[in-house]
Design a protein around this ligand. Structure first.
Ligand code: NAD
Length: 359
């Protein structure tokens, strides 16, 4: 098969981790007879420096005209003080909206080999922790109207959280369908005791729960979810929630696994075009040192093969290779913990090790 990938390396550690994922994709191509053509587009600070905007219209078009998009990360202190409308992160919102990427899948998996790196290792967390956060990505408060104005002699600011029935229904369907292929359990997270948008969210989810009666369904408030994720994360299979709650809860959940550097994500549309990226940011504190963990990005590439290209065996091959490398005791510094029996490796060495297992 021949697939065209638009590559958005971005800022900070973005270029380092994306290079490792591309290395792994090429190795998969070699083994299975596929070719992955790459189209490199600047995004974030890199694009601001060259073109004055976080992504150009032409770059956006190239994201639309490919089979899938692979992203590193954007942002950094250099661009923190520029006009908020031109900040690096604005590019992500634009790509998500223009490509219709309404469903963000964030698998949160505890690799048993990394249990010692989890700050929650002594609190009853199970080795088999494996949950999927399905986050709505193109609606809610991040996409509602933002306003700052003067009122009664002081500055006031407001952000609108808006959801329509169809937006809730389509993300709900993704969650129920995902649950059917996993543990058949959905927790829908909202704040229905306070917010009207959450009351509508709950009403639509209840209708879907009747339709998907084979899937066990529960409502749960977002504050309780935050607590339950730490107290007993093993109770969850699929968590579905709106944009901002999902953003916050998935960062919390990522820590259960030991390192944010391990976590992949997929942003899906109603077609096979998706965008795949690790859930972490550009980590400016470690950029340029070849010490970042590339596994979240490599596992994102595996999700690309599974969800956009229907290359299931190839995706499994990458995930198996990552497991084997961890089994053999190789660790980037973020997941090395205090274990003296592990071998510390750089970002590029980790990419090479995964490639070697795919051989
Ligand atoms: P971050 O995720 O970049 O870093 C948080 C901590 O985790 C840092 O200590 C970092 O060194 C570490 N870390 C992150 N990824 C790692 C990896 N692969 N390997 C090893 N360690 C890793 O979050 P932050 O520091 O809050 O944000 C830095 C910049 O990234 C900001 O400009 C922010 O706006 C941006 N950001 C971008 C995205 C994105 O592009 N999707 C997401 C979040 C934050």
């Amino acid at each position: 098969m021949n697939k065209k990938i638009t590559v958005l390396k971005g800022d900070g550690i973005g270029p380092e981790i994306v290079d490792e994922a591309l290395k792994v994709l090429d190795k998969i191509g070699e083994k299975y007879g596929h070719s992955f053509e790459k189209d490199y587009v600047d995004i974030g600070g890199a694009s601001i420096d060259k073109f004055g905007v976080p992504i150009t219209d032409e770059g956006l078009e190239r994201c639309k005209n490919c089979d899938s998009v692979l992203l590193g990360a954007v942002g950094g202190p250099k661009w923190d003080t520029i006009d908020p409308l031109k900040r690096p992160e604005k590019a992500l919102l634009k790509v998500r909206a223009e490509l219709g990427l309404f469903a963000n899948l964030r698998p949160t998996k505890m690799f048993p080999q990394l249990k010692s790196a989890s700050p929650l290792k002594d609190t009853g967390i199970k080795d088999g922790l494996d949950l999927m956060i399905v986050r709505e990505l193109t609606g809610g408060i991040y996409f509602g109207e933002h306003k700052t104005f003067e009122q009664d002699g002081e500055t006031v600011a407001t952000d609108l959280m808006l959801y329509s029935e169809h937006e809730i229904e389509r993300i709900g369907r993704v969650a129920f369908e995902t649950a059917r292929k996993r543990g058949s359990k959905v927790h829908s997270v909202d704040k229905a005791n306070v917010l009207d948008s959450s009351k509508l969210w709950r009403k639509v989810m209840h209708k879907l729960a009747e339709e998907y009666s084979d899937v066990e369904y529960s409502d749960i408030l977002v504050d309780n979810t935050a607590m339950q994720l730490v107290r007993n994360p093993g109770q969850f299979d699929v968590i579905v929630t709106e944009n901002m709650f999902g953003d916050i809860l998935s960062d919390e959940a990522s820590m259960l696994t030991g390192s944010i550097g391990m976590m992949p994500s997929a942003s899906l549309s109603s077609t096979t075009l998706g965008m795949y990226e690790p859930i972490h940011g550009s980590a400016p504190d470690i950029a340029g040192q070849n010490i970042a963990n590339p596994l979240g990005t490599i596992l994102s590439a595996a999700m690309m093969l599974r969800y956009s290209f229907d290359m299931i065996e190839e995706a499994n091959d990458i995930e198996k290779a990552v497991n084997t490398v961890l089994d053999k005791g190789y660790r980037t510094v973020d997941i090395a913990g205090k274990d003296e029996n592990v071998t510390k490796v750089s970002c590029s060495e980790m990419g090479d090790l995964v490639c070697r297992e795919i051989q």
